[in-house]
Write a protein that binds this ligand. Sequence first.
Ligand code: SAM
Length: 405
Amino acid sequence: MKPTIQLPPYPRELTQWWWNQAIQQWPDHGQEKVLNLLREEIVRQSDRFNKSRDFDPSAYGARDLSLLAYGNFYTPRTFAACGFSLAEAFNCRGWRAPGKGPIHILDLGSGSGASSLAALYYLRSWGIKNPIHLDAWDYSGKSLAFLRRIHREAAHLWPDTRVSTERKDIRNLSASGLPIKANYDLVLSSYALNECWEGENQNSCAEIISSMGELLKESGQLVLIEPAEGQVCRALHAATAQVTQNNDRLFLQAPYFSGMPCPLLQNESKYFSHEVRPCTPSTEVEQINHPLGLEIREVKFGFSILSKNKPKRFSSDSEIARIISPVRKRKGTLSFWGIGTSGTETEYEWQRRNLDKEDQKSILQLQRGDLIQISGIDDREEKRIRLTKAEQICPIFIPRWEDRG
Ligand SMILES: C[S@@+](CC[C@H](N)C(=O)[O-])C[C@H]1O[C@@H](n2cnc3c(N)ncnc32)[C@H](O)[C@@H]1O
């Protein structure tokens, strides 16, 4: 199936940049010793995320080793998660660059810039010509210093862009001297919310999101991205649902349709909303991971897009769905689950004997997170739709990596 938007891969130059920083940090260590230092720190970071959950500026963003481990190992994947989320805003949720003048972007919890730089890089790759002014806020000054350096030293990857960084605690946005005029075309927060609202209740999380929404201009969008962990994604969807229920100036654009909150959360499903996209690791990431055996071939994330503009309305007559499971190949069938415009979960199923090899291949290439339109349905049960041809599916949002041969 033809992609609706393409993403160029994570720039090789950034992989090399981060690896050089690690080598230069310990010029007397051999490569294996540097790799081992990074590996130990990755295990520590993973334990911090999964077990101790202690986040403060000194524990995390104040140490070179911590930032180098993150930059070398995690950055390519959070960069990708941000690329896919922005692709959805741009390709199918109505986000547009202003007709003239600069685009203003704010990245909250930017760290050393994976999300900030992904935004600059992908907007350029999709042909957006406006100058871009990016503000990046984080409470780790050391992380922000890395961000400024990469931006400067790889300037040709994001021409005509300007970055300003500020050391700020994003929990207290309203108290922290906000710009007088809320004027951002895009406000991003990627893999940062769960850290910043650790220990807070749902009301406070909703307030934090509400104050982020205040920073948007009328046509702007707020893109929130989180790691694909059940509790974290449920917290994101619960807080965004609460914000949009209580605040008539903010609407939910994505991941579902016509402003609806996450149906999996509403139905207390054992599943949770998240995307899974393939991702090819660099040799450096493979080397670091060799003894760790972590998942590096997929990027998994949960996300939500909010806007001040009312969300696009999808008629509940047209069968449009977001794919929410992997495509399953069984002996006699191909199938996946999707959530449609009415919010119900439906299984879409084909008998393989009705499909030739090419058609089977095209269905198997669909990914969790793709948006599709389904036509010509004549076999519908309450929770299952049986289809006969691959052409009954048409792409609405199918982002794919650009093939660079
Ligand atoms: C996992 S990193 C994510 C970095 C980047 N956005 C990305 O997508 O890779 C989380 C970042 O959030 C920042 N952070 C967490 N809580 C914060 C707070 N209350 N105020 C400002 N920054 C915070 C951390 O310093 C760290 O840089």
